[in-house]
Every structure is written in C-alpha cells, then in structure tokens.
Design a protein around this ligand. Structure first.
Ligand SMILES: NC(=O)c1ccc[n+]([C@@H]2O[C@H](COP(=O)([O-])OP(=O)(O)OC[C@H]3O[C@@H](n4cnc5c(N)ncnc54)[C@H](OP(=O)(O)O)[C@@H]3O)[C@@H](O)[C@H]2O)c1
Length: 290
C-alpha cells in the first residue's frame, strides 16, 4: 500500500532527504524549483547545456540550501541519449546523489514562426528538445525508479516485449504550458511549432503515467506566460507593460518564476500520491477564461 498521510501537513509535503534530477535546471523555472527543493532539504542535480550558467545557478542554489543538502550539475544535451544515460549513472552513484526520487523536465526552447515561414529544421529541433528529450529522461530515470526504489521488494526480471512489473516509487514532473491546450487568439502569434510540442507533452505525461504505474506519478505543470530567460526579447522589458498583456485574466498579471514552485513541491511530495496523469496550471486562470 502506498503511504497515505492524514493530518500532519509537515509530513504530507515533506521532501527533505529526497533526491531530485532537474533538466533545464539553470533556466528560469528549473532554477526556481531547484532552489525551492534545496531550501526544503531535497538534494538536487541540475542539468542543461551551458556549463557556465549551471555553475552560476549552483552557487545561487547552494546559498539558499538547507544544511546537508547536496547541489551538483551535469552539463549536456537532454536530447542526447548517451548523455541521459551517463547522467543517470552519475546521479545514482555514491559520488552523485546516491539515487533519484524526483525527475523534473524543465528543459525547452521556443521560437515564434508564422506558418508560412516555419523552418522545418528548427521545427524538428523544437520537437527533439521539447518532446524527445522528455521521452529519454522519463525512459531512463522512470524505469530506474521502478527497478531500484523498491524498499525491500525483490526486483522482478524484465521480459522483452512485456511490461516492467517492478513497482518502485518516484515522481516525474514535466513542463507543459497553457499552450498545450490553448492556441493563441487573434492569429496565433507564430505559435504553431510551440503549441504542437506542448500539446504532445500533455499526452506524453498521461501515457508515461500509464506505463510507469502504479507508484511512479507522472504529471505536468502548465504555466502561463512568464518572463523567464526564454521570453526575453519576446515579451516587453517593462514589468507593468508585461502584466498589462494579462489584464483580462483573473490574476491580472503574467506569471513569475516562483509561481511554479508550490505546484512542483506538491507534485514531488506524498501529498500528490493519488495525483497522476494530469497537468496543474499555475496560469492565473488563463485556460478557464480564454
Ligand atoms: N516562460 C514561459 O512563459 C513558459 C510558459 C509555459 C511553459 N514554459 C516551459 O517551461 C519550461 C522551462 O522554460 P523557462 O521559461 O524556464 O525557459 P528558460 O529559462 O529558457 O529555461 C530553459 C532551460 O532549458 C535548457 N535547455 C534548452 N535546450 C536544452 C537541451 N537540448 N538540453 C538540455 N537543456 C536544454 C536551457 O539551458 P541551455 O540553453 O544552457 O541548454 C535552460 O536552462 C520549458 O519547457 C518551457 O517551454 C515556459
């Protein structure tokens, strides 16, 4: 039986002593989550391609981390299968975090292209980064959690062509978007490629939840427009002007990076043990009202 906590809120949301792998961990949302996890006692490995950005992010995360928390990084491309395998090997080794309980997929790219000018090569790069890399990390980290987080159960041998019946436990959190279920009004804003990739994340999340059952919960976070490094140059530099764009939403503002941290802690903790195959939208009400 999975653990079901009642009453004690501190235990229900407790992530102390856990180990999290965060791809895209030097990005706006990824770093905010890494900081939130580390401050609450969860060791983290962050990963993305730029080693320089990772080193700077590690220093900021360490400055906020709870005592005893380990913060490390792995630089590489999450769309490279060999790199994902190597990352799993290092993170689960004694020199790394010694295991993994939580996988966050916060990597992603975005380029606006009107339909008449979609660059096929870049479209395929977006598919690879925003979809294929999530398949790879979920494949390797998800099955590792299933086969190794067994708490005394004997591992079951995997038979090719048959499901993996090891139970394990773990949490996988993908980054979808409001754009996974809402196209942009008034002409679409050149969002065909991005909308396409985020729609796929919705279904990849549900399908992995079904495949990795019963004790690996797979969910997504679908934020609204947020001024992260991804959106510099796409959104106006003035905060008031940016928030004005969202004036018709219930929240009357766009998102801040910190808006995803609460959902990410909930989805990483025992509080969400019956929540799987779904997306939480910290979107200020966008999907319900537009
Ligand atoms: N900002 C928004 O408005 C918004 C809204 C909804 C959803 N999202 C989604 O939220 C997630 C995080 O985005 P963000 O806004 O935090 O953007 P961000 O600040 O640009 O962060 C994205 C991160 O992904 C990494 N990355 C990109 N390609 C990679 C690859 N091939 N392999 C490994 N790492 C890679 C980037 O680092 P390197 O370039 O150094 O590799 C960066 O650390 C994305 O999936 C995005 O689509 C964003």
């Amino acid at each position: 039986m999975p653990k079901v906590y009642s009453g004690d809120l501190t235990k229900m949301f407790d992530i102390s002593g856990k180990k999290a792998m965060i791809f895209g961990g030097a990005g706006g949302f990824g770093e905010a989550i890494a900081e939130g996890y580390a401050a609450n006692g969860c060791s983290v490995c962050i990963s993305s391609r730029s080693e320089e950005k990772l080193q700077a992010a590690v220093a900021r995360i360490e400055a906020k981390a709870a005592p005893g928390v380990k913060v490390m990084y792995m630089a590489g491309d999450a769309g490279d299968e060999e790199f994902v395998k190597k990352t799993l090997e290092v993170v689960t080794s004694a020199e790394g975090l010694g295991g993994v309980d939580i996988l966050v997929n916060a990597q992603g790219i975005n380029k606006k292209m009107w339909s008449y000018e979609i660059d096929t090569e870049f479209f395929e790069k977006m598919l690879h980064t925003n979809i294929t890399s999530l398949m790879l990390t979920s494949k390797y980290f998800g099955n590792w959690m299933k086969n190794n987080n067994l708490e005394g159960q004997e591992p079951v041998e995997i038979v090719p062509g048959q499901p993996n019946t090891n139970k394990g436990y773990g949490k996988i959190i993908n980054f979808g978007s409001v754009r996974g279920i809402r196209a942009v009004a008034n002409g679409g804003g050149g969002n065909v490629p991005y909308n396409t990739t985020k729609g796929a994340v919705e279904m990849l999340t549900k399908a992995y939840a079904a495949d990795l059952r019963p004790n690996i919960q797979v969910n997504a976070i679908g934020p609204t427009i947020t001024y992260t490094p991804m959106m510099v140059g796409i959104l106006p530099p003035d905060e008031n002007v940016r928030n004005g764009i969202a004036g018709s939403l219930p929240a009357m503002r766009i998102g801040y990076e910190v808006d995803v941290v609460g959902p990410a802690i909930f989805l990483a903790s025992a509080a969400s043990d019956m929540v799987t195959a779904t997306t939480i939208y910290p979107d200020g009400g966008l999907v319900a009202t537009s």
